[in-house]
Write a protein that binds this ligand. Sequence first.
Ligand SMILES: C[S@@+](CC[C@H](N)C(=O)[O-])C[C@H]1O[C@@H](n2cnc3c(N)ncnc32)[C@H](O)[C@@H]1O
Length: 291
Amino acid sequence: MSGDAAFEEINEAKVNMDHIYNQDDPRRYFGELEKLGYAIPGVAKPIFQQLISHLQRIRNDTVRVLDLGCSYGINAALLKHNVSLGELFEHWGQKKLEGATSEEIIANDRHFFADLGEPEDIEVIGLDLAKNAIAYAEDVGLLDEGIALNLETNLLSSMAEEELASVDLVASTGCVGYVTEKSFERLLPAITQGQSPWMGNFVLRMFPFDTIEETLNDWGYVTEKLEDQTFFQRRFASTLEQDQMLEQLSDQGIDPTGLEAEGDLLAEFYLSRPIKDAAEMPIASLFHACT
Ligand SMILES: C[S@@+](CC[C@H](N)C(=O)[O-])C[C@H]1O[C@@H](n2cnc3c(N)ncnc32)[C@H](O)[C@@H]1O
């Protein structure tokens, strides 16, 4: 089965969140996901930070990150600023913001992030099909560049191809599953024009990564999974969602005992790097305990 057919079936079993992805500001996204204990961008932060510091050392320059499925610029906010996901939930959940217009939220958020002090020396390009979320993240200054595009169905523009030529790290949380090998096939010619970037994808356990891995192999990449580690994404939205997802796992021969069976949606971390980089620096040497 192709990646998109397999992913479509799994997505049908997963609760639909499309209504919160393309708002004019992040309040509803955070409001809904807080109820489910949404955590993956916060859990991913220390892993991405370690990859960024390795890349800073190796490439001796400002690291450029492409956040795939960047939504409202959440990974950019966490990686550029000294702020936790919990603090972002608190910020966007404030009672006093309830009646504010999105324009007021954007103005307020510019100050909020500016007041957090000098951002980290990284640049973040965000790609997401949600135009409004991208516009918010650009307006607030979380994204240095936003690409509003569905790469499953469309090609990159030549401007976007140029923009992506110098990316050092492709990062994603909660996005693989919505995107398949098709998006990677369309990204790869652009992002490998110069030094090929590393790619770190947090992927829910029910979404097989093998078709994306095969696509990356064709471009000289090696993919490794952080073994024996799972990363909490969120709680199941309902027992129906849990039952359906357990069925998906069981169909794939994945044992949920003590994991999804306890009510949590869990991700794994896949690191894909050019063969030479992977040989020089084994995955185990890249990370110190941070989960
Ligand atoms: C679960 S959210 C994750 C957002 C963010 N990375 C995070 O961890 O909070 C999934 C995101 O993928 C985006 N998405 C869905 N299909 C996509 C596609 N074909 N191309 C790009 N982004 C897509 C959605 O708009 C949404 O912002």
